[in-house]
Design a protein around this ligand. Sequence first.
Ligand code: RM4
Ligand code: MN
Ligand code: MN
Length: 399
Amino acid sequence: MTASQTNKVENALDHFRIETPSWGFADTGTRFGKFVQGAAAIDINDKLADAGQVHAFTGICPSVALHVLWDFRPDQPTSEIVQLAEKYGVRIGAINPNLFQDQIYKYGSLCHRDEEVRAAAVKHLLESAELAKAARSQLVSIWLADGSNYPGQANIRWRKRALIETLHPLHEALNDDQQILLEYKPFEPAFYHTDLADWGMSYVVAKAVGPKARVLVDTGHHYLSQNIEQIVAWLLDTGMLGGFHFNDRRYADDDLTFGSIDPYQAFRIFHEIHFFAWETKQTPQIPYMIDQSHIDKPKIEAMIQTAVAAQELFAKAAAVDHEKLARHQERNEQVDAEECLRQAFFADVRPVILEWRKQHNLPADPLTAFRESGYEMRVASERKNRRAKLGIAASGSYA
Ligand code: RM4
Ligand code: MN
Ligand code: MN
């Protein structure tokens, strides 16, 4: 790598932070069942402690996204959760309302035909806004499971209008420095239509709701072979990119480790961001978040692996020679333009990352250092006992 590339990579490393999801530390499964792991987090204290480990060893995961129904309890003040996070060296990140678990949401939440259900969903969003304020979080991140399973079942246009209307109270309740992130997903749990199926729908709704709403790109929420980096480029150019949920996928919303299947796609997404920053001379403040729940990999190791992979791909993408690329693009020199990307993708940025870790008193190899710490074995034995006392057993059946 040239001196200028090294410089760009160092600068990228100084700016790159990525949020971990609380649910990624707990036992999760597929709809066919759940496999319990000894060391998996049982409660919010465990989740924050584990997230603290990921940050301690990587130095790049200072915040943790929380899911309202899974992490907050009515008998636990939010201030206590804020303090717990502080104790473990992290802070609270995005607050994720839950509009999909309650029985009343069988036919939707914000888009439900029944006014009472819509009102309950709005109330939950307003409570989520309060939690976000109490937790000093700037993000209320919404994934809407609303949709329908059969043709003709739903009035799609009516539901679109209901959605915009029901998001307004939340928008008004937020402070100016807070944001609504609108995630889209073309399938699951609904399999005929989902009310926010793609980035265009999230964009239209966000625009109609107001300036505090933006689009969230979950890399697992697209049809196969969709050009995600193009979506990112458009959202950057329109000022509507609100954040990311990173994960990788092979077939559906697989929630596999980021970069494990297609690292070049992750690189291309990061490239669009660096290219935008270079062209506009401003580094966009984008909340990068991990949205993965590993079914069988050890949770903390998988999260460290993810954060490190994301950091490396972000650094590689920073090494693209933008001046050169812009020149080749103008002259339609496609081979040379593509080579700019390939050169950076195959460049070894690891020595620069190692140096950066050394400067920040971080272990050279976060994964090995975490393993050597013995944390996982320690918590596994304590959590196994606690699980037994609480009567938590391997669970789940399809029917
Ligand atoms: C969804 C979506 C959301 C996440 C839930 C659990 O597929 O990715 O972001 O909160 O899963
Ligand atoms: Mn997501
Ligand atoms: Mn998902």
